[in-house]
Ligand binder design. Sequence first.
Ligand SMILES: Cc1cc2nc3c(=O)[nH]c(=O)nc-3n(C[C@H](O)[C@H](O)[C@H](O)COP(=O)(O)OP(=O)(O)OC[C@H]3O[C@@H](n4cnc5c(N)ncnc54)[C@H](O)[C@@H]3O)c2cc1C
Length: 411
Amino acid sequence: MNDSERKYVIVGNGFAGTTCAEGLRKLDPACSIVLFADEPYTLYNRIALPPLLRKQVARQKVIIRDAAWHEKHRIELHLHTRVDRIDVAERAAYADGRGHPYDALLIATGGRPNPSQAPGAAGAHNVFNFQYMDDTLAISDALETAKSAVAVGGSFIAYELAEAFASRGVETHWLMRGPRFLRRMLDEIAGEMIDEAACEDRVHVHYDDEVGTFTRSNGAVTKVLTKKGVTIETDCVGVGLGLTMNTELLAGTGVRIKTGIVCDDRLETDIKGIFAAGDVAEFYDPVAEMHYRMGTWNNAGAHGKVVAVNMAGGDQRYHDVPEYSSKLFTNQTITQFGLSPEYRADLEMVRKIDREKKHYRALFFRENRLAGVVMIGKGNRAGKRRYLEAIKTKAEFARTERQALLDWTAD
Ligand SMILES: Cc1cc2nc3c(=O)[nH]c(=O)nc-3n(C[C@H](O)[C@H](O)[C@H](O)COP(=O)(O)OP(=O)(O)OC[C@H]3O[C@@H](n4cnc5c(N)ncnc54)[C@H](O)[C@@H]3O)c2cc1C
């Protein structure tokens, strides 16, 4: 390595970190890039883990970058290696006691799943989180012989678990503390529509309830006793109770941590030369005019591209409307973009519901601007591009005009 080469260190080889490494190599053919991953795998497609669990894709298809790709792009990849400390004065990232100097550093460490705290969960060998490749392989093994399984939580991850359990032919219970799925984003009617879709797939959903205790036998949970007093026999438990962001390595650096690593719209933190991207970044969104975190695959990739430009000395702002789409069991779909009540409590809503067609559309306004949209229902996405454009351009709509926006169809 030449002393004049710029040195980049990236912590986390998810979609954000690996996309950034690829971008840096394109922008700066001579630089050195060191990429750390505490998992044993090269980049895999985390959003393909649910189809892998449902046995709809093969494991080889889920790995999307191999070791040869890293060699070809001259990215020095350290698998199974955790960075535990950043020395800001020395400008070095420490792993296994060795310092790796950087000119620019990216933290793209994502989050780790919260375990169930219920009595009986710790150490049980059939209670799983669902975040990593290894989790997926272990759950899949357990489902080979399971007759009944319980998904715990009201988030997307708990939904993915419930859907996978049902699609693997296992008697499925879905237990959530709130009154409906995504209770902070969806209202009562939207919740009922998702409930219908769950019932059609023969999932037993338990609302306003949570695990009281797990009963165990030979290290495995055999029964879930809920706080409301329901007993569910089970062979497998999947837990989706949110993520804790991996920010510990920044302790003592002065980098601001709130719900994630606080950074600006260039994805740079308050400490020059230290950047954040992907799930862990609490970034400034100039469209929404606020900081927040966004846990989606597309956001991680888009962050990776922008942050590479800025780490290499460029000046690119992240300016996008966050977007998420998912199928919900066999007969429903959801698309959400921009802000929802999950992010801000002061949004005003207009909505349109067609129970027969199973369509639901909610538009959220902040002051006079369209700020976000939720669309539920197969064939109910027309008008999406027009909404996105209106959000991006900060178009204004008086209260009297809002209802008409619900009928936007043509793009
Ligand atoms: C089961 C599942 C299904 C999903 N489905 C969807 C979907 O349908 N659509 C969608 O948009 N999003 C989905 N997501 C979310 C999406 O996958 C994430 O938002 C995205 O992958 C985040 O990428 P990232 O690069 O920010 O972080 P991650 O992918 O979390 O990568 C961070 C990596 O850094 C490693 N790491 C952490 N700390 C250290 C350290 N100190 N040293 C070294 N390495 C470290 C972590 O172990 C991890 O490997 C899903 C997620 C899961 C788990």
